[in-house]
Design a protein around this ligand. Structure first.
Ligand SMILES: [Zn+2]
Length: 252
């Protein structure tokens, strides 16, 4: 079973100190074990903004903001994982989220984009197709949206990120390697897939690949699933490419 403390659920305040020397990821598990952590054999540090702490199957996943947390907060991680009552778990979670909200908010949410040669043309072309598909499949109801080319996405083809509560606009990212390796029609398929997520967000549907996604995907004529096979160079084994909605998007 996996339990998670979700980023957006609490807004409790706690006076904080940010001048603690950060631990390394390798120092975190021993530090927690010294404070009484049991049943965890592996600790992974993440930068997932939606789930700050989660655990399951002996693995603790924890946001990097906790690397500089004082012992008082680390004790709450131990209490969160080892809670014997719901009240104890709730109290620990409150402290964890109170610590993490300001710490995470100090960091920029999205990395600034450095455009590479060809990106601007690609973005303009995709924006034209967004306009075209919006008229053709969504009666022009979708908002215009920022489109980005990601040079980091390898396994994913594209991603929709909903607008954040702190004012960052929604965006659609398309993987540059997807554009290079696969045909343009596959790229447009991905764009339309992400536009279905945009439609979900703008019409109040839950983001993801559930029923509303499947129904709309069928309606606009694309694969009604999260993953799909794409054409790959003949020399490589055919593996499905994975597309996922970020947890940030899911929680927004
Ligand atoms: Zn998707």
């Amino acid at each position: 079973m996996t339990k998670a403390a979700h980023y957006h659920e609490e807004s409790a305040q706690l006076s904080l100190s940010f001048d603690t020397v950060p631990r390394s990821a390798g120092q975190l598990l021993p530090a927690l074990q010294r404070l009484g952590l049991k049943g965890i054999t592996d600790c992974r540090v993440t930068n997932n903004r939606a789930v700050m702490v989660s655990y399951g199957n002996g693995v603790l996943r924890i946001h990097s903001a906790y690397l500089s947390a004082p012992d008082e907060v680390l004790r709450s991680i131990v209490r969160f994982v080892c809670a014997r009552t719901r009240a104890e778990g709730r109290q620990a979670r409150k402290i964890l989220l109170a610590y993490c909200l300001p710490a995470v908010d100090r960091a920029p949410r999205r990395r600034p984009v450095a455009l590479r040669p060809g990106d601007s043309d690609l973005i303009s072309e995709l924006a034209l197709w967004h306009h075209e598909y919006n008229a053709r499949f969504f009666k022009g109801a979708l908002k215009s949206i920022e489109i980005r080319i990601s040079h980091r996405m390898r396994r994913r083809l594209g991603q929709y990120t909903a607008a954040s509560t702190d004012g960052e606009p929604a965006e659609i990212s398309i993987s540059r390697s997807h554009v290079s390796k696969h045909g343009w029609s596959d790229v447009l398929h991905t764009l339309l897939h992400e536009m279905v997520h945009q439609w979900q967000a703008e019409t109040g549907c839950r983001l993801g690949h559930g029923r509303s996604f499947r129904n709309k995907a069928r309606e606009v004529g694309i694969a009604a699933c999260a993953c799909r096979e794409v054409q790959r160079p003949a020399t490589k084994a055919c593996q499905p490419e994975i597309e996922l909605v970020t947890r940030v998007a899911l929680s927004a």
